[in-house]
Structure formats: structure tokens, C-alpha cells
Ligand binder design. Structure first.
Ligand code: IPM
Ligand code: MN
Length: 387
């Protein structure tokens, strides 16, 4: 019977493929940006003859409201069986203002990362010439900025033992890393550097922390396996400064969990809007794709959030599924909207388009229905039917 699996189906012979995608819309603006990302996947499916089967599931504040827990078992089971997971955003103000809340939306995401062992979080940072004016950095510093942060995602202080006494007069968070945990992500980072400009920077605090000294030793010992990659080290306090002062010096940045979290937010400032940045979280058997922005509760339901972080996460998903032509078309479509300033309010507060309009323009581009001649009247009205 096992042999049957090896016989390609007619669909595979045609190059058409079938994928199961777990979709977690989550909280705040999560559902509306995810909807646009799903529309983009649908457009890709139609254009290339693939089939994406979506399994929707709950996580975060949405899941707490509906089930009492931020990560229902059903979500873990659906996600673990999927070819890829598309996730929106997590977090709700009612928990942010209550630090003592025992059940918190973020626990859902942290537990999912841990249970599926999504140990490598990959966050590319790029800039767009037409958006240089949005960056707080001078335009000349933005030219040729193109780096990727590899953040360890399932270890360190995030997951160490947490303690406090009953009277809350002290608290502690343990930070532990094993050699294996460092090696598995460092291999991915070295390999990524080999395919790019061959430069790897480890960000740590090895002048103070034992865990950072372990990271340095392990990564240094691995360097001989990647002789073509130039390896260097930066203390995290210096790294955040360098990312702002001279971002083009970086190619691949490797960091442990907490430092990676912080430097990726700093790095997002460079591109001009947090809403533009995608990410992938990869493990041995599963992979999750999400924009790096949060749930932006103030914008929820208003159709004003930027869907590009989520749509570019779809491009990363397609690359992960080895659908490279398809991913390239999504990226071209996104570039086209940015170049023509068909952008949301975070990018152009005056002449902005709605979340759904930007999504629709991208799907139209994918279908090849964009002619380059726009109906100026509709453009002025910010209508989706501008083409
Ligand atoms: C991120 C987020 C999460 C993190 C939060 C929501 C737990 O900030 O994905 O960067 O700290 O990892
Ligand atoms: Mn973060």
C-alpha cells in the first residue's frame, strides 16, 4: 500500500498542488488583514490551478472569550496537521491593563510556538524607495538596506521558570539555552548567509550573560563548517544603535529570543511602517506565517489596517511550499501597489486606501487584470473599482 503514495496524482503531474492551511485570524485587526491574505492565496490558487484548503481555528483573546483558554487543543491539532499556518495578530487591551491576569492572549502564541517547536523566527527587513520619506532615517541611509533577522523562538527567558513570592516582593525569570537549541537555528542562519551576502552577525550580551557566552562559543565552533561566511559579534546595546546608524552593514542577524524580539521592532522602524513586515516561524515539521505587527485594537473593524505584512507573509509561505513563481507574483503585486501609492492610512494619512481595497488591487494584479490605465475619477474617490 505504501507504494501508492509514491505514484504522482494527475494533479501533481500537471504541476498543480493541494495544500492544507490552518488559518488563525486572532485578535484586533488580525481577522481583516488575514482575510486579504486568504484572498491573495485564492487568487494564486485560481491563477496556477492549486488548491488551498483552509481550516480556521481560534487563538488569543478571541479563544479566551469563546473557550476559556488562549490555545484550545483543537487549534494545536489542526495546526500540527497543516502544510502551513497563517496567523493574524494577538492581544487585547483588557489584558494589557491587567498585568496580574493569569490567562493572557499572548500565552496562546507562546504555547503554539513551543508545542510545534517553531524554533526559528525569520524576519526580513527591506525598504521601498517610494516610501523612504516615511522612515525616520535619512534616505541615503536606506539605500541597499536588506537584512534578515533569525530569532530563536522556543527557548531562553521567555520559557524559563517564572517565580514570585506570595506577597510579590520579588520575582525571577530563568534563562536557559542548550547547545542543541543554539546549533539548530545557527545552522539555518549560516545557510541563509551562504545564499546571500555571506555575512552573519551574532547579537548577544556576552560581556554579562552566561547564556550569551554559550551562544558565542557554539556559533564560533560552527564557523569552520561555513568557511565562506564572515562571522562577527555585536553586543545587543551596540546592535540596536548600529541598526539605526548604519543598517546596510547587516546581512543575516542571529539572536536569542528576547534580544531578537527587541531588535526586530527597532529594525521595523527603518522601513517606515510596522505594517509592512512579514515573518515566518519554522520548525522541523510545521511553519507559521504572520505579520510582525500586533493587534492594533484602535483600528479593529475600521478597514484601515495595512494588509501588506500579512500578504508578504503569504509570499514567505509560498516560498516555504516551494511555489517560487507564485511567491514572486505576490511580491510583484505588493511592489506595484507601493509604487503607485495604493497604500493604507499608516503610509499615507491623507490619500489612503482601505485595507480591502489594497487587497483587491493585489488580487486584480495577480489575475493580470491591471492595465496600468486607471479610472482617475474612482482613484480620487478611493474606490476599489479604479481599474
Ligand atoms: C512577537 C510578539 C510576541 C513576542 C508577543 C505577542 C508574545 O511581540 O511575535 O514579536 O514577544 O514574541
Ligand atoms: Mn515582538
Amino acid at each position: 500500500m505504501d507504494n501508492l503514495k509514491e505514484i504522482p496524482t494527475q494533479q501533481q503531474l500537471n504541476g498543480y498542488q493541494h495544500f492544507t492551511i490552518a488559518v488563525i485570524p486572532g485578535d484586533g485587526i488580525g481577522p481583516e488583514v488575514t482575510q486579504q491574505a486568504v484572498n491573495v492565496l485564492d487568487a494564486i490558487a485560481q491563477k496556477f490551478g492549486h488548491h488551498f484548503n483552509y481550516n480556521y481555528c481560534l487563538m488569543g483573546a478571541d479563544a479566551i472569550d469563546k473557550t476559556g483558554t488562549p490555545l484550545p487543543n483543537e487549534t494545536v491539532s489542526i495546526c500540527s496537521k497543516s502544510d502551513a499556518i497563517l496567523f493574524g495578530a494577538i492581544g487585547h487591551p483588557k489584558y494589557d491593563n491587567d498585568p496580574s491576569a493569569k490567562v493572557r492572549p499572548e500565552q496562546g502564541l507562546l504555547q503554539l510556538r513551543k508545542r510545534l517547536q517553531l524554533f526559528a523566527n525569520i524576519r526580513p527587513v527591506a525598504t521601498y524607495t517610494s516610501l523612504h520619506h516615511l522612515s525616520p532615517l535619512k534616505a541615503k541611509k536606506l539605500v541597499d538596506v536588506d537584512f534578515i533577522i533569525y530569532r530563536e523562538l522556543t527557548g531562553g527567558i521567555y520559557f524559563g521558570e517564572k517565580k514570585t513570592d506570595a506577597a510579590q516582593t520579588w520575582a525571577s525569570d530563568e534563562c536557559i539555552y542548550t547547545k542543541d537549541e543554539v546549533e539548530r537555528i545557527a545552522h539555518l542562519a549560516f545557510k541563509a548567509a551562504q545564499k546571500r551576502r555571506k555575512k552573519l552577525t551574532l547579537v548577544d550580551k556576552a560581556n554579562v550573560l552566561e547564556t550569551s557566552r554559550l551562544w558565542r562559543k557554539v556559533v564560533k565552533d560552527m564557523a569552520s563548517q561555513y568557511p565562506d561566511v564572515e562571522l562577527n559579534f555585536l553586543y545587543v546595546d551596540n546592535a540596536v544603535m548600529q541598526i539605526i546608524l548604519n543598517p546596510k552593514q547587516f546581512d543575516i542577524i542571529l539572536a536569542e529570543n528576547l534580544f531578537g524580539d527587541m531588535i526586530s521592532d527597532v529594525a521595523s522602524i527603518i522601513s517606515g511602517s510596522l505594517g509592512l513586515l512579514p515573518s515566518a516561524s519554522i520548525g522541523e515539521s510545521n511553519a507559521l506565517f504572520e505579520p510582525i505587527h500586533g493587534s492594533f485594537p484602535a483600528a479593529a473593524g475600521k478597514d484601515i489596517a495595512n494588509p501588506l505584512g500579512s500578504i508578504l507573509s503569504v509570499a514567505m509561505m509560498l516560498e516555504h511550499l516551494k511555489l517560487f513563481k507564485e511567491a514572486k507574483l505576490v511580491r510583484d503585486a505588493v511592489d506595484w501597489t507601493i509604487q503607485n501609492l495604493f497604500v493604507t492610512k499608516d503610509i499615507d494619512p491623507v490619500n489612503f486606501y482601505f485595507t480591502s481595497t489594497v487587497g483587491e488591487l493585489i488580487t486584480e494584479y495577480i489575475h493580470g487584470r491591471v492595465t496600468g490605465v486607471f479610472n482617475q475619477e474612482n482613484v480620487e474617490l478611493r474606490k476599489s473599482t479604479i481599474i
